[in-house]
Ligand binder design. Structure first.
Ligand code: GUN
Length: 279
């Protein structure tokens, strides 16, 4: 029987730990506050932003949401980021992605003070992660490390294969697994013999962006399989990058979609907000 890794339960546990920590901090006179900026009204982004707001409320982090119109200029957006950088009451700043085409995402991300960059997307924090210095770690890969460890699996000495090389998931994921002493391979859309490569993995992280792409023949018997993908199928059902039904029988453990990696991303965002307030 394969283990289904319950991301919702692990995220709830982390949120409860954070709630206690926020209470302790408050009695010591420290409060945490997050500013979230959303540009336009993309329905998926609105759901994510609302979930972040609710999660902040649950653990006792103050949150402020800035809803800017789709047509906002880059200068206006940068001016708001600058104001929030200077606002001592705000510890964390998050600009919900994607941004409209006329705005340069990289300029906006690097305008956020690295000390308030709770997404961990700023190049300074990316660099810090690469050299093993303290900084903010992107929430999805940080959550995956927690999922693996809290489910009782060791990373040290294990063959880890990450499929996907984005700045938000694949690259920081590889750096974190390496920090945990895993032997790490990063595969991607141009990787030759992908099935052979992914079948070596004791720990397989799928962040490909293609629904049900990873079938059982990509997976080693007894592997831990982490599914980062989230897709809505024509029948409205959600699925991930992993073909759950076929892989479930072969893996030692697997994350479901929904209810696997997704809830952990928000839990780790809260974790970064608390860390930002403490610093
Ligand atoms: N859009 C989708 N996921 C994320 C995330 O983790 N952070 C931000 N800022 N935007 C996103």
């Amino acid at each position: 029987m394969s283990q289904i890794i319950d991301g919702k339960a692990i995220a709830a546990q982390i949120k409860d730990e954070l709630k206690e920590e926020v209470m302790r901090m408050r009695s010591g006179g420290i409060s945490a506050a997050l500013a979230v900026i959303q540009v336009g009204r993309d329905p998926a982004s609105s759901i994510y932003v609302n979930n972040k707001k609710k999660a902040c409320e649950y653990v006792g982090i103050h949150s402020e949401v800035y809803e800017l119109p789709e047509e906002v200029s880059q200068e206006e957006l940068l001016a708001l980021v600058g104001r929030l950088n200077r606002d001592d009451k705000i510890n964390g700043i998050l600009v919900q992605l994607p941004l409209p085409g006329h705005i340069n995402e990289e300029s906006v991300i690097t305008a956020i003070s690295p000390k308030k960059d709770v997404d961990g997307f700023h190049t300074e924090n990316a660099g810090r992660l690469m050299v093993g210095k303290k900084g903010f770690i992107p929430c999805t890969p940080a959550g995956i490390i927690q999922l693996i460890k809290r489910s009782g699996f060791d990373i040290e000495g294990k063959e880890c294969v990450v499929i996907g090389r984005s700045n938000i998931v694949g690259k920081p994921m590889a750096a974190l697994l390496l920090q945990e002493n895993g032997t790490v391979t990063v595969a991607h859309s141009k990787t030759a013999h992908l099935k052979e490569v992914s079948s070596r993995a004791d720990i397989l992280v799928a962040a490909i962006g293609k629904p049900k792409f990873i079938t059982a023949d990509y997976v080693k018997e007894g592997a831990v399989v982490i599914d980062v993908g989230i897709h809505r199928m024509a029948d409205r059902k959600m699925c991930g990058d992993v073909d759950f039904d076929s892989v479930y029988k072969k893996a030692a453990a697997i994350t479901p979609v929904p209810g696997g990696v997704g809830p952990m991303t928000i839990a780790m965002l809260l974790c970064n907000c608390v860390e930002a307030a403490k610093r």
